[in-house]
Write a protein that binds this ligand. Structure first.
Ligand SMILES: [Zn+2]
Length: 452
């Protein structure tokens, strides 16, 4: 199959005008100009996208597909109050609700051009939804408890789920990982145990880390709303918690989680340069969630420090529960604008470009997951995870810089095709692996339950 468009963005190299990508089976076989590939493969079936960009699919480094039906439910409160309200409301859902909410998330991912997810779940709903939809990436089994006496059973349950989810995933493009939720919801022995499971089993690991100031104050000083109201709500009020005197990053370092070879920290807003040095020296990848961090009042992550210390970084959406959509164009656009907003014109080194954000959204994100040999750019031999983004709408013309158009102009409605491993999963508003009508209807029912 030969895909052609006005622009092909391999991301790993310069863009090609009037370009083409040759797909054979689940692989990219060749990338070049449409003229040369048509001449070399005259009998190949051609799909012409016209005034569009063909590029590698987006890597959403942080999501929770199963929370998609929470969209708009808790919109105008800062992080800790948001978290408390979500935890209270989520008790109303049953297993079928979580499953269908995850289907909605998988559907929106495809529409947004996301081909790889890094999803954290404890219900396993995302495993089923992402597998059925055809998405690739990692589904992390979340673990959490502050009670020392429950650590062993939590780890045992996680081990059983990991095995079960592996058989759901089969030999498709998804794999399983483990994710202790955060420093404020995990007993230190749980952090240690999760690290051991990841190291022994060769699994990737992830943790929400240094997101809100409340988390920072809770870990370092033992105070904040997380220390009181949240712990009471979670039933951990009587579990001892002493101020640690260190930042969340240094606290997690003490319990060995950064010894996991493929470890990703999500958010990392409340960090200083010493913390960033710790993250860099342990090769911790960062899931940067600019829109969620801003919306919940967590702050703006110091991206220039991350780059200065050579961290591996990608972009995450953190699901519609906090972010309202998983529109990856919004994520790139808001991400670059926030960084420029806290920069200065003179500081050219810190003036982030559209090109950098397209790399964060694709090839750099793939590197965080250790999948950059397989995905993240359009190169012969890599998996055919390809999206087509239309640039012909009136608000998109004229354009002669595809990077600029993707970051400053396009949105998720601009995506006209999403392909994973050579399979078209979404095309011109149609979902080929998801029952979209049912997913939308169920979303309304689930949210009525949440609001009731
Ligand atoms: Zn999250």
């Amino acid at each position: 199959m030969l895909l052609t468009a006005r622009y092909v963005l391999p991301v790993s190299g310069p863009h090609i005008e009037h370009g083409a990508v040759l797909v054979r089976g689940d692989r990219v076989e060749a990338v070049g100009t449409a003229a040369e590939l048509r001449a070399a493969h005259p009998d190949e079936e051609v799909t012409e996208f016209g005034s569009a960009v063909l590029m590698p699919g987006f890597v959403d480094l942080h999501t929770h597909l199963e929370y998609s039906a929470f969209r708009g439910l808790v919109d105008d409160v800062p992080y800790t109050r948001w978290k408390m309200q979500v935890v209270e409301k989520q008790r109303k859902l049953d297993a079928a609700d979580w499953d269908d909410s995850a289907v909605l998330g998988a559907m929106e991912s495809l529409q947004s051009g996301i081909t790889t997810i890094a999803d954290i779940t404890n219900s396993g709903a995302s495993t089923k939804a992402a597998t059925a939809a055809g998405l690739g990436g990692v589904v992390y089994r979340e673990v959490s408890t502050m009670e020392r006496g429950r650590v062993a059973e939590e780890l045992e349950a996680a081990g059983a789920d990991i095995e079960a989810w592996r058989s759901v995933m089969g030999d498709g493009p998804l794999r399983v990982g483990i994710a202790p939720h955060s420093p404020y919801t995990c007993h230190p022995e749980l952090l240690q145990g999760a690290a051991r499971i990841a190291i022994d089993g060769g699994l990737p690991a992830a943790i929400h880390l240094a997101g809100s100031k409340d988390e920072y104050d809770f870990v370092k000083y033992g105070s904040s709303q997380l220390a009181q109201d949240f712990r009471q709500q979670a039933g951990w009020r009587d579990v001892a918690w002493m101020p640690t005197g260190v930042s969340p990053v240094r606290y997690v370092l003490q319990w060995g989680l950064f010894d996991v070879p493929n470890i990703m920290a999500v958010h990392c807003v409340q960090v200083d340069e010493d913390d960033v040095e710790v993250l860099a020296s342990h090769n911790v990848g960062i899931a940067h969630c600019p829109r969620c961090n801003a919306k919940l009042g967590m702050g703006i992550a110091p991206l220039k420090l991350f780059f200065k210390h050579g961290l591996t970084i990608g972009i995450g959406t953190d699901s519609p529960a906090s972010n309202n959509t998983v529109d990856f164009f919004d994520e790139m656009r808001i991400g670059v604008l926030l960084q420029r907003g806290v920069s200065t014109e003179r500081d050219f080194y810190r003036f982030f470009t559209a090109r950098t954000f397209v790399r964060l959204a694709t090839t750099y994100g793939a590197k965080v997951l250790g999948l950059d040999h397989e995905i993240g750019s359009l190169e012969p031999g890599k998996r055919a995870d390809i999206v087509a983004v239309d640039l012909s709408a009136s608000h998109m013309v004229p354009t002669d810089d595809p990077y600029s158009a993707l970051v400053h102009t396009a949105n998720q409605e601009s995506v006209v095709m999403t392909m994973v491993a050579g399979r078209v999963l979404y095309r011109d508003g149609e979902y080929l692996t998801v029952d979209a009508e049912r997913a939308v209807a169920r979303a309304g029912e689930i949210q009525m339950k949440l609001r009731g």
